[in-house]
Design a protein around this ligand. Structure first.
Ligand code: ADP
Ligand code: MG
Length: 900
């Protein structure tokens, strides 16, 4: 693991200080080079379409950093040790600490940081924890841990809330302040667990009823998680401080109950930071092909663990301070296992006993794993505790040799991509609909306008034409009349002239001539008028032709618009096709995402072992502890989101999508574990409504199958009934021809028949009638379900009668089921026969039914069952039933008499 780097010798106990120890501040405070190099390359490659889980950055070595903090003398030490010199001497500028052996000799140790008794809480945070917190925000795991003898300041360093004096705030509070400053509430999230480990038992400090949490280890990836631990999402600093306070209160209460004190237990704070990596591209602007350019956002999941260890003095003092040996061993187990692991890692030993204790299992990623780890060891100045101080220092020195390989935890967020796609799809559909509507309105308006113009023009033309025509008709009639009068007068005059021939001849001729000229003039006038009229008419005719022409162009325009409309309709159909394709893709995506996630996790594990080699492999499993821990809840969430999506597709326009979605639901409903989720998500209601809204028998069949599966559970049965399920199923049964559909419907009703509470309602809503109606289809599978339903019903009824809840005849008899029952008591198919036999036995147990059963021929069937049934239990039941009924006995006696 760490055979190649310069930190290796840093911090080895040394008398002649010559090691090339790294500078704590330069190597630690500045952001690690990994962060820039590794991160940049990783976000740049957004991976293949399958979506890469963690980026394969090779991991960067990061040694465990150790700081030592010296507590000032306390009041007691000030008085009791007044005459003695402190056993330690600090040289912060040299990052050295001297531990006095005796008056003339001391050992010198180097650390990454040496914090004097005057070091402020702010400085301690900045050198010990801040770099770890920054790494967590960059997507790495990080650990801050305090180790030391009780009373040396571990809790002071990590856990002070600083209520009265903000400068006293400890690492937990300051770390969270830094985290809140760096995240954006819309995209990122922080959740917190707080635990106590005492005598190898993990207690939930956020929920004291969880007093024995177990560590789960993913058998494949080796990820560690605490599935039972309360995980609270915190949104601001005050609520986080409140959580810490609550945890402390619970810790105090738990320890009082266990009769111990907090110095004997380990407190572990876990902070999960999920941070979305900002998208840098503007490529998603265009709407076209968005399904192809859309990328899943990258999220980084860092986990910060802060551990306030139990007092280190316990290790060597088993049995001291009032503990039994067992108790002491147990208290010390985790701490000594941690020491052993650190020794093994420091010495590059091939076996690291990680599994020896709960603490080492929980901190698997912190030592020898992928986390950035910082340890603060706390010591006191008193010479009386020189032994403890020395062993604390040695622990710190060994921890400095542990090398981790830092790895970024990054993955694609498919769910938010799916949500985004969904939103875009919706808006596309809405926009398309809007455009379509506007276009249609426009076409309609143009059409109406054109029509109106045409009819107006036509009307005004007709009116004008008619008026003109009448006018000229009238005028020409008048002219003709005038001419006729004139002509008659002329002819008369001509007659007179012929009689008076002779001397007057000249005079007469001249006067006649004048009249003729007059008549000619009139005639010419008339001719002119007629011509003008004719011209006017031809004018009007021309106008008519023109109108006709413009009407033709109008028609051409309309047909053009019509063509455009057709094109548009075609375009719309294409878009709808694309939408349904997108919906299919989305569905597919939802299903694939989980698969992909799993596969990628496996793939990642293989890569890791290749890189890290066998030495690290026991530790490697810890590397993905966080993602493993999340996995349970992610799967749950995913299912819920996926389910909602699928349910919404039940209403899709495309029948293929719909049937696909129903089939998926039906498949899910076949598994008991999914049923509750389906019902919770409203799936039952959707399925029931499909029975009325859809006309597709395939959908009816599959939906009824899903309902039948859901109807196996008592709560669901009540829900189905309360939502009018029986009427819906009855209606479906009535309209269906396909035996498979009928089988599903009958199966669903048969399940409902087995519920004692629903008997009356089921019958009142026609459940029994519906069952009997389905026997029209002779398919044995359908008949078997009908028989099962009847048997279930008879059984419940019999129970109710026995308990005195029910009086009166069987409702099965009331509803006319007996003839079918009797007829099928000998059915060849054993599933049918068996159920019918049971139904008969149940009905026969109550005297009220006896008369009807005798007259319906059921007694004879019962006798046959009691003799011939191949199942002994039914045979015995029939026999007992027969012998206990006085009515049956009487009848049998009579028959025997009759038959002789
Ligand atoms: P631990 O958790 O290691 O048992 P505590 O944090 O409870 O120790 O500290 C023991 C006592 O010492 C407390 O009263 C605490 O206030 C005090 N103390 C510890 N460290 C310092 C320090 N650096 N400066 C002042 N007082 C301190
Ligand atoms: Mg403490």
């Amino acid at each position: 693991m760490a055979n190649n780097n310069s930190f290796k010798n840093g911090g080895v106990k040394t008398k002649s200080i010559s090691s090339s120890s790294s500078s704590y501040s330069s190597g630690y405070k500045s952001k690690p080079s990994v962060t820039s190099g590794g991160r940049r390359s990783s976000t740049g490659s957004t991976g293949n379409s399958a979506g890469a889980l963690h980026k394969d950055t090779p991991g960067v070595s990061g040694r465990v950093r150790v700081a030592v903090r010296l507590r000032p003398r306390n009041t007691e030490e000030q008085s009791t040790d007044a005459d003695f010199a402190d056993c330690v001497e600090v040289q912060p500028e040299l990052k050295r600490l001297k531990l006095r052996r005796n008056n003339w000799d001391s050992d010198t140790f180097e650390f990454d940081e040496v914090l004097t008794e005057f070091a402020s809480q702010k400085r301690v945070y900045e050198v010990v924890a801040k770099p770890v917190v920054e790494s967590v925000l960059d997507g790495y795991n990080g650990t801050v841990m305090a180790y030391g003898q009780t009373g040396t300041g571990k809790t002071y360093t990590l856990g002070r809330l600083g209520d009265e004096d903000t400068s006293a705030r400890g690492i937990m509070v300051r770390a969270m302040e830094d985290i809140f400053a760096e995240i954006s509430p819309e995209t990122d999230s922080i959740s917190v667990s707080y635990l106590q480990l005492y005598m190898e038992t993990i207690q939930d400090l956020l929920d004291p009823t969880n007093d024995n949490l177990s560590i789960m280890e993913d058998p494949k990836s080796g990820d560690i998680s605490l599935p039972g631990a309360t995980l609270i999402e915190v949104r601001d600093q005050p609520s986080f401080v409140e959580l810490l306070r609550l945890g402390e209160a619970h810790r105090f209460a738990a320890n009082t109950k266990l009769n111990t004190e907090s110095s004997r237990s380990h407190a572990i704070l876990m902070v999960h930071v999920k941070k979305c990596v900002k998208e840098r591209d503007g490529e998603n602007g265009g709407k076209a092909h968005m399904s192809r350019t859309m990328k899943a956002p990258v999220v980084r999941k860092g986990k910060l663990i802060v551990v306030d260890l139990a007092g280190s003095e316990r290790i060597d003092k088993s049995g001291s301070e009032g503990h039994t040996l067992e108790e002491a061993k147990s208290i010390n187990l985790s701490l000594s296992a941690l020491g052993k692991c650190i020794n093994a890692l420091a010495e590059n030993s091939s076996h690291v006993p990680v599994r020896d204790s709960k603490l080492t299992r929980l901190l698997r990623d912190s030592f020898g794993g992928t986390a950035r780890t910082s340890l603060v060891i706390t010591i006191g100045p008193s010479p009386r505790h020189r032994g403890e101080t020395s062993s604390t220092i040695m622990f710190g020195q060994r921890a400095m040799k542990v090398e981790n390989m830092l790895k970024i935890k990054e993955e694609f967020d498919y769910k938010s991509l799916a949500r985004k796609l969904d939103v875009q799809l919706e808006s596309l559909i809405a926009e398309h609909e809007r455009e379509q509507k506007a276009y249609q309105d426009e076409v309609q308006k143009i059409r109406l306008d054109a029509k109106k113009q045409m009819s107006d023009a036509e009307k005004s033309y007709k009116d004008a034409f008619e008026k003109e025509r009448l006018k000229y008709q009238r005028e020409s009639m008048e002219s003709i009349k005038k001419l006729e009068v004139q002509l008659a007068a002329n002819q008369e005059k001509q007659g007179d002239k012929r009689v008076k021939v002779g001397f007057k001849d000249e005079g007469v001729r001249s006067s006649t001539n004048a009249e003729l000229i007059e008549a000619k003039k009139l005639l010419q006038n008339e001719i002119l008028l007629r011509k003008a009229a004719e011209e006017e008419i031809s004018n009007l005719r021309n106008q008519v032709v023109q109108w006709k022409r413009s009407e033709a162009t109008g028609n051409a325009e309309i047909s053009k618009l019509r063509k455009m409309l057709e094109d548009e309709v075609h375009h719309r159909e294409k878009l709808e096709e694309e939408i349904s394709m997108l919906q299919n893709q989305l569905l597919q995506l939802s299903f694939d995402a989980d698969e992909t996630r799993k596969q990628l996790e496996i793939g990642h594990g293989v890569d890791m072992s290749g890189e890290m080699g066998s030495l690290v492999s026991p530790v490697r499993q810890q590397q993905m502890a966080y993602s493993g821990e999340q996995k349970g809840s992610v799967a749950k969430l995913f299912e819920q989101v996926g389910l909602q999506k699928i349910l919404s597709l039940l209403e899709a326009e495309d029948p293929d999508v719909r049937i696909h979605a129903v089939k998926v639901i039906a498949n899910l409903a076949a598994e008991a574990t999914n049923q509750e989720k389906i019902v919770e998500a409203g799936g039952l209601t959707s399925l029931l409504s499909l029975l009325t809204t859809s006309e597709d028998e395939n959908i009816h069949r599959v939906a009824a199958g899903a309902i039948a599966n859901l109807a196996m559970n008592e709560t669901n049965q009540e829900l189905i009934m309360s939502q009018g399920g029986i009427s819906l199923l009855a209606m479906t049964a009535e309209n269906a021809d396909d035996p498979q559909t009928l089988r599903m419907v009958a199966g669903a009703i048969a399940n409902l028949c087995g519920n004692d509470k629903l008997q009356l309602m089921l019958r009142a809503e026609g459940g029994i009638k519906a069952l009997l109606g389905m026997v029209r289809c002779r398919h044995p599978d359908v008949l078997a379900q009908v028989a099962r339903g009847i048997a279930n019903f008879a059984k419940c009824e019999s129970r109710a009668s026995t308990q005195g809840i029910k009086t009166g005849k069987s409702l099965l008899i009331e509803d006319g089921a007996l003839p079918w029952i009797v007829k099928n008591a000998n059915n060849e198919a054993s599933p049918i026969r068996r159920h019918v036999e049971l139904a008969l036995c149940h009905m026969a147990q109550h005297e009220v039914n006896a008369k009807d059963m005798i007259s319906g021929g059921a007694l004879w069937e019962l006798v046959k069952i009691s003799r011939d049934c191949s199942r002994e239990d039914i045979r015995i039941l029939a026999r007992r039933t027969l012998s206990s009924s006085p009515t049956f006995q009487l009848e049998l006696k009579r028959l025997r008499l009759n038959t002789g």
